[in-house]
Ligand binder design. Structure first.
Ligand code: NOJ
Ligand code: CA
Length: 524
């Protein structure tokens, strides 16, 4: 049976943008297989964003069959080859599980909408109009209202995201069993676990009562409401336990996508509650995405989160994904992104690297009319194309992503930031990620060691990791200017990979945003 402590780093592949092998401009399964050796230099597990059959209104998060692949991505035998080759290299494979909704093209929904008496009617959430309007005031995270009127049967259906993504009715045990069967289908084909999409909306108020409008809130915007009804229903823990138990039948692991919300109190207890549900289940730790880039904010925040972690739980630490601006762009530069990579790999938790962040990729600029993301301005995740531009493999046409026309434009920085040139550059961002992954794999102190914040004076964050006689201190300069420190040990890595850092002792001048690892003692 595997456990989260077996994983040193998780790598998120966004398949559509990873590698196109047949010139149609769209990444595919064989493209992932082609780069397994590359992935294995920075991670030992892969999470594949959805490859399933889909009309691609939300690029795979709108699924029309959970057990077949979109033809543009490839076939079951392509996938079986991917899993076999990944496992042969020691890479675990996680699928994306999207239990909250399907595409409106899924056969379950076409049946459900066909008549009020259909056996699948109650697999989705259907309600009568109230005074000719929506059944309640809920708004969608993709923009607009959460209800769509369907003239065929004269009722509204619920969609927490796009109107082409109807919500499944998790109160119906048949729906839960259907999701369990899908999980078993993939576990039987060798996958090691699932990243579970958007779990906060799985359980809702059973009576579908209105959310409360914030004082002065915009009634048309997601941010206008206190979302106490449309999410975090009482049965959420029960539903997570159900999926965790199904995964556990075959030793599978789960990592939940869960964004905390103040309506349910402090953030950390919300995460702890989900992390405590089952041993094979953890959550992403997204909170730092909202913190200012200061040593105090990170020091206090991380110390408090780690101190309260339920015993034995291991969070998955995440500074970027396909819904978030690129690290370099969010934090204002490459030096800052390197500092965050140091934190990600040296904190207690599994680092999750979004493909391209290990190259220092920036947000792409999308020319007018070439945007592809259907999520709109009043939702919570609008305009995600910039972080989805194609992987930058080399300096040739289209960065080596495709010989055809890429589905999104390649970022012009590919000439300087690409896997080929960075592989040959000993101080590149890629070299840093490789060094950090190697370090993590070399010492159990990173996965299992104690954690203590030593201080954050002068805006320099210092924390210590220790295990069995090996002690590491990580110093991170959150200032945009130099600052000198006393090392108290031997430096073994710098986020800037400066020449000569290895073996440095005593007085050391940290460059702006530089982060370094210092080792005390001799044991691993
Ligand atoms: C969260 C996913 O990460 C995002 O990309 C998707 O659009 C929504 N959930 C809906 O599935
Ligand atoms: Ca292709």
């Amino acid at each position: 049976m595997s456990s989260w402590s077996d994983i040193n780093a998780l790598y998120q592949v966004y398949p559509r943008s990873f590698q196109d092998t047949n010139g149609d401009g769209t990444g595919d399964i064989n493209g992932i297989t082609q780069h397994l050796d590359y992935i294995a230099t920075v991670a030992d597990a892969i999470w594949l964003s959805p490859l399933y059959q889909s009309p691609q209104k939300d690029f795979g998060y709108d699924i029309s069959s959970f057990v077949a692949f979109a033809p543009e991505y490839g076939t079951m035998s392509d996938f079986e080859a991917l899993v076999a080759k990944a496992h042969a290299r020691g890479l675990k494979v996680f699928m994306d599980l999207v239990p909250n909704h399907t595409s409106d093209q899924h056969e379950w929904f076409t049946q459900s909408r066909s008549s009020r008496n259909n056996s699948k009617r109650d697999w989705y959430v259907w309600r009568d109009p109230i005074d000719g309007h929506e059944p309640n005031n809920w708004v969608s995270m993709a923009g607009g209202k959460s209800w769509e009127y369907d003239a065929v049967t004269g009722q509204y259906y619920l969609h927490s995201w796009l109107k082409s993504q109807p919500d499944l009715n998790w109160q119906n045990p048949a729906v839960r069993e259907a999701i369990a069967d899908i999980m078993r289908f993939w576990l039987t084909r060798g996958v090691d676990g699932f990243r579970v999409d958007a779990v906060w909306v799985l359980a809702k108020d059973p009576d579908y009562r209105d959310d409360e409008l914030q004082p002065g809130g915009d009634a048309g915007a997601y941010s206008g409401y206190r979302h106490t009804m449309c999410r975090n229903g009482e049965q959420l823990g029960e539903y997570i336990a159900f999926m965790a138990d199904v995964a556990n039948e075959q030793g599978g692991l789960l990592v939940l996508e869960y964004y905390s919300t103040p309506e349910f109190g402090d953030s950390f207890p919300q995460l702890y509650a989900l992390q405590s549900v089952r041993k094979n289940c953890t959550t992403f730790f997204f909170d730092p995405l909202n913190w200012p880039l200061t040593a105090q904010a990170f020091g206090d925040g991380i110390a408090a989160y780690i101190a309260g972690l339920p015993v034995g739980t291991i969070p998955v630490i995440c500074f970027g994904n396909h819904d978030q601006p690129r690290m370099v762009s969010r934090y204002g530069g490459e030096a800052q992104a390197r500092l965050l990579a140091m934190l990600e790999f040296t904190l207690p938790g599994v680092p999750c690297v979004y493909n391209g962040d290990e190259l220092g990729m920036e947000n792409g600029s999308i020319p007018p009319g070439q945007g592809r993301d259907g999520f709109g301005g009043t939702g919570i995740m609008a305009g995600r194309d910039p972080e989805r531009t194609p992987m930058q493999w080399n300096g040739t046409k289209n960065a080596g992503f495709s010989v055809g026309t890429p589905w999104l434009p390649v970022h012009s920085q590919y000439k300087t930031h690409n896997a080929a040139s960075e592989s040959d550059d000993s101080v590149s961002v890629l070299a840093l990620y490789r060094a950090l992954f190697t370090l993590r794999a070399q010492s159990v102190a990173w996965g299992r060691g104690t954690f203590a914040v030593l201080g954050y004076g002068n805006n320099i964050l210092a924390y210590e990791r220790a295990f069995n006689g090996a002690t590491y201190t990580v110093y991170s300069n959150f200032n945009d200017y130099e600052h000198s420190i006393e090392l108290g040990g031997t430096a073994i890595c710098s986020s800037l990979l400066v020449t000569g850092i290895n073996g440095a002792t005593g007085h050391y001048v940290l460059a702006p945003f530089e982060s370094i690892i210092v080792k005390k003692g001799n044991q691993q």
